[in-house]
Design a protein around this ligand. Structure first.
Ligand code: DGL
Length: 269
C-alpha cells in the first residue's frame, strides 16, 4: 500500500487523457500532473531536446514524492527508454497502445498517427511488428493536431478541425484500415472529430485510456495502490500561464480545476 501520488506529465494538455481515465479506474489515488506549456510542442524538436525536457519534467514529479511516473506523451515515450534508471516504476504510452491495436485489428491494416518525432522514431511500428509481423501500417505525422488542441479548436461542429483531420487521414480510409492509433495523447481530445471522419468501421485506439489501465495493473501487481477511502486529490502544474490550461482542461475533465492549477519554473531542475 502506498498513499503517495501518481505522477503524470506531458508537454501540455494531452496527458489529461491519462488523468481522465485514472480518475475513473482509481478514484482514491492522488495525482500530480505536470504540463510543460511553456515549451509545448515537443514533437517537432530534436531527440536531445526532448530527452532533456523529459528529464526535467520527471525531476519535478520526483520532487513531489510520486510513487510512479507516467510519461503521458507519445513523443517522450518514443524516444525515452524504459525508465530503468528511475527510482520509481515508469510507463510510457507506446506499448499499451500498440498492444491494444494488435488486439483490435481484424484485417491487420493499422493507421498510426503521432507527432513528427514519434513517427520518425517508428516506435509504434516496432512494437506492433513484434506481435503482428505481416501487418500493413500507414504512418502519418499530424503536426497541426497539437496546436488545434492547445488552442481549443476541438468542437466537432467546427469545420476547421474537421478539414485538418480530413487532410491528414482520409487516405487511410482508402487504404482500408480498420484500426487507428491516436499516437499522441493530445489526439484523443479530437476523437469525436476523428471518428466522424473515419466512420464506425475504424476502431480508434486512445493511448491515454490504454496507458491508465496498464499503469493501474502495474500498481496493483506491485502492491502500490492507495488504501485511502477518500476521493483522491489532483493537483496540476504548468510551466506557463495557468488560464488557458485551466479553461481547456476543465472542459475536457468536466470539472472546474482552476483552483488546483499552479505555475512552476522547472528550467533549473
Ligand atoms: N502529447 C504529446 C504526445 O503525445 C506531445 C505533443 C507535442 O508536444 O508535440 O506526443
Amino acid at each position: 500500500m502506498d498513499r503517495s501520488p501518481i505522477g503524470v506529465f506531458d508537454s501540455g494538455l494531452g496527458g489529461l487523457t491519462v488523468v481522465r481515465e485514472l480518475e475513473k479506474l482509481l478514484p482514491n489515488e492522488d495525482i500530480v500532473y505536470f504540463g510543460d506549456t511553456a515549451r509545448v510542442p515537443y514533437g517537432s524538436r530534436s531527440r536531445e531536446t526532448i530527452l532533456r525536457y523529459a528529464q526535467q519534467d520527471m525531476n519535478f514529479l520526483l520532487s513531489k514524492n510520486v510513487k510512479m511516473i507516467i510519461a503521458a506523451c507519445g513523443t517522450v515515450s518514443s524516444v525515452y527508454g524504459n525508465g530503468e534508471s528511475l527510482s520509481v516504476p515508469y510507463t510510457g504510452v507506446v506499448k499499451p497502445a500498440a498492444a491494444a491495436a494488435v488486439k483490435a485489428t481484424k484485417n491487420a491494416k493499422i493507421g498510426i498517427t503521432g507527432t513528427q518525432a514519434t513517427i520518425a522514431s517508428r516506435s509504434y511500428a516496432k512494437e506492433i511488428g513484434r506481435e503482428l509481423c505481416d501487418a500493413k501500417l500507414f504512418e502519418k505525422a499530424c503536426s497541426l493536431f497539437v496546436p488545434l488542441v492547445e488552442n481549443g479548436f476541438v468542437d466537432p461542429q467546427d469545420p476547421l478541425p474537421e478539414m485538418v483531420v480530413r487532410r491528414y487521414l482520409e487516405y487511410m480510409l482508402e487504404e482500408g484500415i480498420d484500426t487507428l492509433i491516436l499516437g499522441c495523447t493530445h489526439f484523443p481530445i479530437l476523437a469525436p472529430i476523428i471518428s466522424k471522419v473515419m466512420g464506425d468501421g475504424v476502431t480508434l485506439i486512445d493511448p491515454g485510456a490504454e496507458t491508465a489501465r496498464f499503469a493501474a495493473d502495474m500498481l496493483k501487481e506491485r502492491g502500490l495502490l492507495s488504501d485511502s477511502q477518500n476521493k483522491g486529490s489532483h493537483s496540476f502544474f504548468v510551466s506557463d500561464r495557468t488560464e488557458g490550461f485551466s479553461a481547456v482542461a476543465g472542459t475536457f475533465l468536466g470539472e472546474d480545476i482552476s483552483g488546483s492549477v499552479n505555475r512552476v519554473d522547472i528550467s533549473s531542475l
